[in-house]
Every structure is written in C-alpha cells, then in structure tokens.
Design a protein around this ligand. Structure first.
Ligand SMILES: Nc1ncnc2c1ncn2[C@@H]1O[C@H](COP(=O)(O)OP(=O)(O)O)[C@@H](O)[C@H]1O
Ligand SMILES: [Mg+2]
Length: 254
C-alpha cells in the first residue's frame, strides 16, 4: 500500500500573552492509502489541532507533513487551497452548510469551486445526485437545508466532502452532534466509503465509532501515547470490537 500521509516531528505551539502552549509535541505517524484511523483522547489533548495541522487547514510550528508526495509546508497558500479542494474532503461536527441553498446546491458548491476538474456541469450534478442516493437522502435533494434532520444533514455533508473525489477524508467528531441511530447510519456510510478505497482519518469520542476503524491513535497532552491495531479483528462482531477497544482505552486511562 502506498503512503498517502506522512507526519514527521510535528509540533504546534500557540503563544497567548507571551505564554507558550505546546499543543502538539513531536507527532510521528504515517497513513497508507485505504486506512481508516480514529484519533481519540481526552478533551483538550490536541485532537482537532492535529487534524487541522495535517490537513493543511492550519500551519504547524515545526515538522513536516507530506501529503501524496508533496510537503504541505512548501506549498504556497494558493497551491495548498488547490490541493485541499481536489485531494481532501472535510466533515465537521458543526455542519456548515449555506443557508438559502438546497441540499443539492450545497453538495455541488465545492465542485464548482474546483477549477481543476474537467467535468461538465451536468456531470457534476449527476455525481452529486449519485452521492445523495448513495447516502440514502436523494429524496431531499431539493429541500432547503433547514427542512432536513440532523442525520440527513450530516449525510449531506459526507456527500459534499466526497464530491471532488478526495484521496483522503478528514472528519472532526462527525457523529458528535447525532443520536445513536443517526450516528450508526453515518458510520455505516463512512465504512462503505472506506471499503471502496477512500482513506479516512477522524477524531471521535465514541468507542462505538472508533471500533469501526482499522487503527486508533490515543492522544494525551499533545503526544500519541498508544496505537491500537484493529485489523486482526476483521471478522469479530462490532460489539466484540468495541469491547476490546474499550479495554485498551481503559488501560490508557480513558
Ligand atoms: N486557535 C487556537 N489558539 C490558541 N489555543 C488553541 C487554539 N486552538 C486550540 N488551542 C488550544 O490547544 C489545546 C488543544 O485543543 P484541541 O486541539 O481543540 O483539543 P481537542 O480537540 O483534543 O479537544 C487546548 O489547550 C486549546 O485551548
Ligand atoms: Mg476537538
């Protein structure tokens, strides 16, 4: 498998009122094409900061992040924006969608912003409808975004994040605002996307969600203090995977 993301000695320090806060301390890992990785850890341990730093949304203080062979720190703002738009998808806990636009138009927005694609307008619309169908919400394509449920909105966010065929999907607590049922549905869709080859890196508080991932990183105070390999348990049931993961988390002080 090819390496898609390589992170070397990544540090992120915030300075507020001359006080240094070393939020990420020498983080090292790499992610292969087709991986599905969960980042867990206590609140404030730096999970979101890590996700933003490796996805080019935020500039690290030091260290190197190589995505798909290019060092993100060496890219200009413009090149970085282009790389993010065409190669990466993003899903957040707070669902940012444009009000006054339909679900379909929201999903289409990044496709129209992406000047690299060669698709016609019709091909983009067809792909958006295909993704909405795949997420099971094509019937609300023409609805205003305030006319759909939280679960539907989050599935629309996933459709939107996939519109430009990203190599990797970054998600920060994608199920954090959902009830158990909707959370299960969203994870079902994300697992399918991963089965089809999309690499996924997500932050989650939920062991049930992380149990579906292939690897779990545990972050404490800006350092990865443990990594859990879930791939040996491929055939175990979800509750069994969750039970074993919980056991591991407990040992780490979760
Ligand atoms: N933009 C920022 N400016 C200053 N400090 C920040 C900023 N973002 C996060 N932090 C600090 O970094 C630490 C880790 O935050 P965060 O990555 O959001 O943690 P987590 O996602 O694990 O809850 C916290 O101490 C937080 O206050
Ligand atoms: Mg966070």
């Amino acid at each position: 498998m090819a390496k898609i993301l390589d992170v070397k000695d990544l540090c992120k320090t915030y300075v507020i009122d001359k006080r240094q806060n070393n939020v990420l301390k020498n983080i090292n890992f790499s992610i292969e094409e087709g991986d599905m990785v969960a980042i867990m850890g206590p609140s404030g341990s730096g999970k979101s900061t890590l996700l933003y730093s490796v996805s080019g949304m935020d500039r690290p203080t030091s260290g190197a992040v190589t995505f798909n062979g290019s060092n993100l720190q060496e890219l200009s703002e413009k090149e970085l924006t282009r790389t993010r738009l065409s190669g990466m998808g993003f899903i957040f806990q707070q669902m940012y969608m444009m009000k006054n636009l339909t679900v379909l138009d929201n999903v289409l927005l990044p496709a129209f912003e992406n000047k690299q694609g060669k698709e016609t307008r019709k091909e983009k619309v067809d792909r958006a409808l295909f993704l909405l169908r795949k997420m099971g919400i094509v019937e609300v394509a023409d609805h205003d975004i305030n006319e759909v449920s939280g679960g539907q909105l989050q599935r629309a966010c996933i459709a939107r994040s996939m519109i430009n065929r990203p190599r990797i999907l970054f998600a920060d607590e994608p199920t954090g605002a959902l009830n158990r049922h909707a959370s299960g549905e969203v994870m079902e869709e994300m697992t399918k996307l991963n089965d089809e080859g999309t690499t996924i890196m997500m932050v989650t508080h939920d062991a049930k969600v992380a149990a579906r991932c292939k690897r779990v990183f545990y972050l404490v105070d800006g350092s990865i203090v443990g990594e859990y390999d879930n791939t040996g348990d491929k055939n175990a049931s979800l509750p069994e995977r969750e039970r074993k993961l919980n056991q591991w988390l407990l040992e780490l002080g979760w």
